[in-house]
Design a protein around this ligand. Sequence first.
Ligand code: PLP
Length: 230
Amino acid sequence: MAEHLQSLRKRISDAEKRFGRNPGSVRLLAASKARSVEQIRRLAASGQWAFGENYLQEALDKMRELNDPRLEWHYIGQVQTRKIPHLASHFAWLQSLASQSVAEKLDRRREPELGPLQVCIQVNISDELGKGGCQPGEVEPLARLVAQLPNLRLRGIMVIPAPEPAMARQRTAFRRAREIHAELERAGFALDTLSMGMSADLEAAIAEGSTMVRIGTALFGPRRTGPREA
Ligand SMILES: *Cc1c(COP(=O)(O)O)cnc(C)c1O
């Protein structure tokens, strides 16, 4: 595990160099769905603190068992209404915000004492039917709403493009995400997060300006269970 982490960090820093990015400008989020508490504990012991989870109950069980305030939990799965109170009270970040009504409910449920929930708007960048994220045209109105909510803090956008083997085509989708991010900044939003890039396409994402890659397989090895819908 420590070796995987080391070689992944090298892959990220090599990509930063190759594409003219500042060293250390890309954060690593460990996508830990279907990984054990023991695996998370080992990564944390090597200095990896940020973990992304897709399934609420699994995440809550892990949080309870690990009980470590140094860990930073990101929710990266699909949001369903019944999960909102738990998402608002147990996570530091929610990267999969896609609707105004969810934003308002999260804001109402977030205890101010916790500090604002850090939020990324998920954009359905490959326009895939049935996939998470809002349409590109819905991003700015949603950003305007989030900016007015006291218990949410807008950090940027998150995308999961359709899998694509060729790097040039991976870059095309990530470039569209970067353009949406840049439009928001031009509209006056202060953002610092462009969450994009997974095990198979992190170089393309970093080439196009990613500031946070979310990595599972390259860090933990192949998943035993396939990805499932929450
Ligand atoms: C599983 C997952 C990842 C990591 O994918 P890998 O290909 O295993 O690196 C990243 N983001 C989201 C939203 C995921 O669900």
